[in-house]
Unconditional design. Structure first.
Length: 76
């Protein structure tokens, strides 16, 4: 059974801080940006996230890229 994987899509996920709770711990939120070009470099995706959040009032704390692949059984 040979399985072939092909890139389907990519999602940019950012985590940002919206404030502090009563104990002083950060309050974090996440936002996803779908439809990132599969061929875009990780560096470009990171720079876009930083550029977007430079325009926001909340500081960016983490940047993640989720790549999704379709797996197909070539024996079927």
């Amino acid at each position: 059974m040979a399985v072939i994987s092909s890139a389907k899509d990519s999602v940019l996920v950012v985590t940002y801080q919206v404030g502090l709770n009563e104990l002083g711990a950060p309050i974090l939120r996440q936002r996803s940006f779908p439809n990132v070009l599969v061929g875009a470099s990780d560096q470009d995706v990171f720079e876009v996230a930083n550029a977007l959040y430079a325009l926001q009032q909340y500081p960016l704390t983490a940047v993640r890229r989720d790549n999704r692949f379709e797996l197909v059984d070539q024996g079927a």
